[in-house]
Design a protein around this ligand. Structure first.
Ligand SMILES: *Cc1c(COP(=O)(O)O)cnc(C)c1O
Length: 461
């Protein structure tokens, strides 16, 4: 075939096969995609391939546009066993929160407008009362995430001054959030006291002087020191801070508003307890155990919250109307604790019992096995889930799932890739030479089976 046999861009554009492509993607994008497809066809023809027809080029262009159009930020099945998976977007929102957020996206809202006076209002007004009611704090404000909350609180309380913190609490959490670095960027001088495993009241007292801006306590949520240990609890530390006339900032990390033991989970200090123990400011996340959108809470003394709000950095860290609406709707669910586990997905998933998940595994086993074909072996299994996001890392939750094994490591890799390539990707965990699908976070069973049916067994063999 000669190169002349290839159609022109214009001929492909006018071909019937391009009609729907033009409707879906518009003239500019379609023309550009046809040009690229023609270029590829020219290369293939030079390599000896038969010349492509107009329809071939049109279809290739459409496929390329479809691939470009496919969102990379798309829903997946989180079967990793980590409920609050930072890389998979942490908390799933309650439908009340989703509806509230969507409403603010479509319309103008009274975000900073006091409807009773017609005067300018504050965006925190939509949340302040709710947060204070649920935490017992005097006042509250919201920023982009807890990292921002810590940064802003540190900068407000201690810029140019000392912040005293225990050597046992200088944590790193994922994503390069290291407490010493954040303190430096907040402009406070880090004064470490105690040792890695033991810090005493006298250590804090000895470090206090005229240059002290604050005492910082960090909830070591993502690791635990065991053995010969000592730490000063929040209440004792509050007494020391109060006597010295410096504020105590307590970074709770995940932060929970309720006693989690009621749902079979390990104990975490609640925000209310931390406030009651005398912390002057407390910071915590919106999208960890609380189960809302990404956000950072700063709650505590009225005068200190006012100072936080006067800090020019506040503006750079503030949240938008969608998240304020979602947060308010999420927090309102906490007013009805009896129905909380039913309505708040994070709690609902964390509270699922192994027996229930195991029954689900039994139900799914034959349906999944039949779509996978003979080359993949599927069994039900018991496994351990994690809360995730650094919360209670040593306390796993008894769970169950499906264990997929292949003939060899190579075949297992192909299976993992094929599951990631599904329209709604299935993300599991490779462990001991098998792909483990922890079913704790699987609620949409029918869709899951349908998704699996799109796998081609021949691609796995
Ligand atoms: C998770 C965590 C943070 C950061 O919170 P983000 O909401 O991820 O910004 C800060 N401090 C502690 C102790 C944490 O666990």
């Amino acid at each position: 075939m000669t190169l002349r046999a290839l159609p022109s861009v214009d001929q492909v554009l006018r071909d019937d096969a391009s009609r729907t492509t033009l409707e879906r993607f518009g003239r500019t994008a379609t023309t550009a995609a046809i040009r690229v497809s023609l270029e590829e066809a020219r290369g293939a023809a030079q390599g000896g391939a038969p010349a492509a027809t107009r329809a071939d080029i049109a279809r290739a262009a459409e496929r390329a546009l479809e691939a470009q159009d496919c969102a990379s930020l798309r829903p997946v099945f989180n079967l990793t066993g980590t409920v609050l998976h930072t890389n998979l977007g942490r908390a799933l929102l309650a439908s009340e929160a989703i509806d509230a957020a969507v409403e603010t996206m479509r319309d103008a809202v009274a975000l900073e407008f006091d409807l009773s006076t017609g005067q300018r209002g504050e965006r925190d007004d939509h949340l302040r009362e709710l947060i204070c009611e649920l935490t017992g704090a005097e006042d509250a404000t919201i920023v982009n995430n807890n990292a921002a909350a810590v940064l802003l609180a540190l900068n407000t309380l201690g810029a140019g001054r000392d912040a005293i913190v225990s050597r046992g609490e200088l944590i790193e959490i994922g994503g390069a959030f290291r407490m010493p670095d954040i303190m430096m960027r907040a402009g406070v001088n880090l004064v470490e006291v105690g040792t890695t495993n033991r810090t005493h009241q006298k250590d804090y007292r000895a470090a206090l002087h005229a240059q002290t801006g604050l005492i910082l306590k960090v909830h070591t949520s993502n690791y635990r020191i065991a053995g010969f240990t000592a730490e000063v609890d929040g209440r004792a530390l509050a007494a020391i801070a109060c006597k010295a006339g410096v504020p105590l900032l307590n970074d709770l990390g995940s932060g929970t508003l309720i006693d989690l033991t009621a749902y079979g989970l390990a104990r975490e200090p609640t925000v209310r307890e931390t406030v009651a123990d005398g912390a002057d400011l407390v910071t915590f996340s919106g999208d960890k155990l609380l189960g809302g959108p990404q956000a950072g809470f700063i709650v505590g003394r009225k005068d200190l919250i006012a100072a936080v709000n006067r800090n020019p950095m506040k503006r750079a860290l503030r949240v938008d109307k969608m998240r304020i609406a979602a947060l308010a709707a999420t927090l309102k669910l906490y007013r009805d604790p009896d129905r909380l586990a039913e309505r708040l997905p994070t709690l609902r998933l964390l509270a699922r019992k192994r027996a229930e998940i195991a029954a689900q595994a039994q139900r799914l086993l034959p349906r999944i096995a039949s779509t996978l074909g003979a080359s993949i072996c599927v069994e039900s299994c018991e496994c351990e889930s994690q809360i995730g996001s650094g919360a209670l890392p040593l306390d796993t939750l008894p769970s169950a799932g499906l264990r997929l094994t292949a003939a060899n490591g190579h075949a297992l890799e192909r299976l993992v890739s094929a599951l990631h390539a599904l329209p709604r990707p299935v993300i599991g965990r490779v462990k001991d030479g098998a792909l483990l699908l922890d079913l704790r976070c699987l609620e949409d069973e029918e869709n899951f089976v349908k998704t699996f049916a799109a796998l081609r067994p021949d691609a796995l063999a």
